[in-house]
Design a protein around this ligand. Structure first.
Ligand code: FMN
Length: 191
């Protein structure tokens, strides 16, 4: 597929079919994604793969745990939480993405920027294999207990979870904001 068409047509996919996604294929795509991202020095990030039925079950538990803290949600919205749990459980494979932090803000941002590029590359490469993905950073998973559950260490930051699976139907494309709408020209007045 042409690069421009690939970038234009890729969508975030949130509904997958039952086909398993091989761990080897994910590693291969990640290696490709990393090769396409120029970055000086050693990798300052890591990935945690969640693909076995047991691991998927645990991750689904952890992801909804925060919602269940809320007594009202627990009582009144238990159906919603259950549905969410089921939805997470149905995701064939998830990749928890973790980056190192740094006291130097430039290195800190460069690391995060590199990981973002790798994730975008991964989503594009997956699309060519008909593996759909969505990058999740939902507020319900942004809390210390969840970070502890997934094994986040001191000096690390949670980047997100990339959920993935083969899909049958791609959603319709959304219109993009034209670049010129966010465009101004820097002018200054000499006094
Ligand atoms: C950093 C980041 C965080 C995101 N977090 C979420 C999320 O928590 N839940 C979700 O449904 N989508 C999430 N997304 C996916 C975006 O919502 C999605 O990319 C956006 O709707 C554009 O759609 P597209 O990927 O189909 O172009 C995230 C994307 C990025 C880049």
């Amino acid at each position: 597929m042409q690069l421009e068409q690939l970038i234009r047509e890729r969508r975030s996919i949130r509904k997958y079919n039952n086909l398993p996604v091989s761990q080897d294929l994910i590693i291969k795509l990640l290696q490709q994604a990393e090769r396409l991202c120029s970055y000086d020095g050693e990798a300052r990030w890591r990935y945690v793969y969640v693909g076995t039925p047991e691991a998927r079950e645990r991750l689904a538990d952890y992801m909804v745990e925060k919602l269940q803290d809320n007594k009202i949600v627990k009582l009144v919205l238990s159906k919603v939480t259950d549905a969410l749990h089921k939805r997470v459980l149905e995701v064939p494979a998830s990749l928890i993405v973790i980056a190192k932090t740094d006291s130097n803000p430039i290195i800190h941002d460069q690391t995060y920027g590199a990981v973002c590029r790798i994730m975008q590359n991964l989503q594009l490469l997956g699309w060519e294999e008909r593996i759909g993905m969505v990058w999740i950073t939902d507020p319900m998973i942004q809390n210390e207990r969840f970070y502890k559950r997934i094994g986040l260490q001191e000096g690390e930051r949670f980047v997100g979870i990339v959920q993935m699976g083969y899909f049958d139907k791609a959603p319709k494309g959304r219109s993009r904001t034209p670049a010129e709408r966010n465009w101004t020209e820097f002018v200054w007045n000499e006094r």
